[in-house]
Design a protein around this ligand. Sequence first.
Ligand code: PLP
Length: 385
Amino acid sequence: MVDAPKNRPLHPATIAAQAAGATDVETGGVVPAIHMATTFARDVDYAPLKDNNVYLRSHNENARIAEQLLSQLEGAADTLLFGSGMAAVAAVFRTVPSGATVLVQKQIYWGTTAWIRAFCERRDITLEEVEASDPQALEGACNSLRPALVWIETPSNPWLRITDVARAAKMAHDVGATLVVDSTAASPVLSQPLRYGADIVMHSATKGINGHSDVLAGALCVADPDSRMWQDIRADRDMAGAVLGPMEAWLLTRGMRTLPLRMREMSKNAMTLATYLMDHPAVEEVLYPGLPDHPGHAIAAEQMTGGYGCLLSFVVRGGGDAALKAAGRLQLFHRATSLGGVESLVEHRHTIEPHTGIPEGLLRVSVGIEDADDLINDLAQALGQ
Ligand SMILES: *Cc1c(COP(=O)(O)O)cnc(C)c1O
């Protein structure tokens, strides 16, 4: 690992490419080894041969390597990896005591909303859903409900709404709440919510962080690892076992080496496509925070750096039928859910969540790293220029 010149922190691209210095000390390999052992031996006096290595559920070297790298990229004091993004969401909500109130942003990732609704009902937790991208609405709800936890998602999926993290953090902290930000669509390359006052950042690492549509993983990154909530989350992962396996953690580290490169290219492509779609007669509306007239553009420009991400939605004129037909004609975009992989995907969200207010003509696109001209040509033939 190249040492940073004195007093000059390394840039994210360098940290990522070198996996925060992880190598295989045993063999001299420049890539860390995969450690599959589930249990670790003790010496004749019954002390662990290696400090901190007893059993895989609690001690996973490959997870540690990926967690350290993610902490550095996110500007976090500590990171915990989970077997999926939803396992990370659940780990946070399991720390909320029964009888408490939580405030959750409206119209976010549908899986999060659906799971939180069911969980809060079972646990006797009062759930209030609020349009958090509207600061007045968020402030009103914080002050009147005095929640224990505020959960936001920015940019939101699939509406691409932008919430001001610094403002949300102040509102939450003023009433004693913890602010958690689902930053999946931004990735640590484009946005670091902890720097704006968030307490915990959540990622579905299945998406851009891994970036190759071949690992299911989730992450929580924290500003204050001594906080009560973080101690509870750490103990719960250890004891309840929502851990990531060594192979997945190793793949995640490998994926993150190119994260800055991929996010830059995807954001550039997404911006090009958004601009193209804006002028297309078959398109009613384009939702992308990089566009100057997007309602969240000014805040996005402030709290995101290097681009606005791969996630982009647009509304096809003619409603559900027209949108589904256009999706059916696409040849390069896979018709598949998920986002943040190197290959472009398209999804008709109304088919998946018909009762949540998603316009029938909306297509959500995850823009990959293909050549932008090829993607535009595909959209052109699908939409009929
Ligand atoms: C995919 C996703 C999740 C859930 O993550 P999984 O890895 O699929 O469990 C949560 N939030 C957002 C914004 C997502 O896109």
